[in-house]
Write a protein that binds this ligand. Sequence first.
Ligand code: ZN
Ligand code: ZN
Length: 258
Amino acid sequence: MVNDKKEWFTIEKIDESTFAISEYKHWEETHCFLLIGEDKSLLIDTGLGVANILEQVQNLTDKHVTAVTTHVHYDHFGGHKYFPDFYVHETEQEWINGGFPLTIEQVRNFLTEEPCDFPKDFDVNKYSLFKGVPTRVLRDKDSIELGGRTVRVLHTPGHSPGHICLYEESRGYLYTGDLVYMGDLFAYFPSTDPVAYMNSIKKLLPLSVKRILPAHHDLNVPLSIIRDMDKAFSGLYESGKLKHGSGTFHYSNFGIKL
Ligand SMILES: [Zn+2]
Ligand SMILES: [Zn+2]
């Protein structure tokens, strides 16, 4: 999607109380999602942290906001500095408190890949990773209650060890983070696990999903993609290729980078 507006963030309404807050001016096209409940709001991921996402959130809700990250990669917790109340999966609580396995130089190199068109006041040399202690540590099958809305935690490792998807059964919304999106799926970093990735996709098959809300790229994801990804991962597994270093494999609307 091309965004020629001046603003760094683009807001799109999913429904009356659910919004996507997107960073289309950066090559990753990251999406964060704001869920407004009766008692409080939940912000799923906080983006790159190169512009103030809190201002965007405050335009949409005056309720208390808890942040939750689908996983501790820089493009998903960059704005955590604005949200002292945040949750993270137990496996990545060390990562979010200074233990992330890449150096800041490596992170800055990813961040500044083209295309990107940063806000004028952003200085990459001052970019640092958020560090903090979560207010709640999440485990598989936990629930997050927002008042009239319940979000279930699904531990879906593979892209990263503590990756979670969030499932809102009443609306059929599945927030898939970096596990499912249209584009090349990353399963080649040393901290990824391609077989765990396959098993996490299988975990999504029984859910009654009406809408997939991914953390990157096109927001209109066909529901069939979960089944297609399952077939693709299973095929690679059966042919002995589901391991680091096998290369990139292309399918109809996604790729798998091993
Ligand atoms: Zn990631
Ligand atoms: Zn990501």
